[in-house]
Write a protein that binds this ligand. Sequence first.
Ligand code: 5GP
Length: 192
Amino acid sequence: MELLKQRIRQDGTVKGTDVLKVDSFLNHQMDVDLFAEIGREFLRRFDGCGVNKILTIEASGIGIACVTAQFFHCPVIFAKKSQTKNIDGEVYTTQVESFTHGRVYDVIVSKRFLGPEDKVLIIDDFLANGAALEGLIDLVNQAGAQLAGAGIVIEKAFQPGGARLRAQGVRVESLARIQSMSQETGIVFTDD
Ligand code: 5GP
């Protein structure tokens, strides 16, 4: 998606070897006009797939998922990071290792909001090692729901998540795929 790539080139900053900061428009301050174009593009790619729920993970996926849902006219569920264990069986639970914080979280979704009748589109801001996406797919599977695929805003294609998930047959649609990045050479996209 050209508009998104231009914005990443203009406002993205590379930290260390593997972290891209895009907090001026994507995951701290949010450019909702850009989000609308992102949502429109996700609809173009997943139109006709029968999506009736969008699933994301707190916190940074929520804004993008909500704007995207306005194009699909469906609810958004966000998997919550939780301290409480699944003792009463009312939630689906999985574990996700956070890329940015390096620790493992329990994440939960209430059984009231996801079930076998659902066709789910997962939305997230970044795909790196794939832990967040795999955790969300696990929740979809526990619910017996169908997975339409995953819509990712920025995939760091030099990290292993995208290749592994595609090899498992998951439809992953990333709007900008970064092949390499560094402070010296800048950001190179896979289709540059
Ligand atoms: P994964 O689970 O695929 O390793 O990482 C995905 C999650 O980590 C995303 O939900 C995102 O919040 C965070 N993340 C991964 N890489 C980056 C990055 O380069 N920059 C930022 N801002 N967040 C990232």
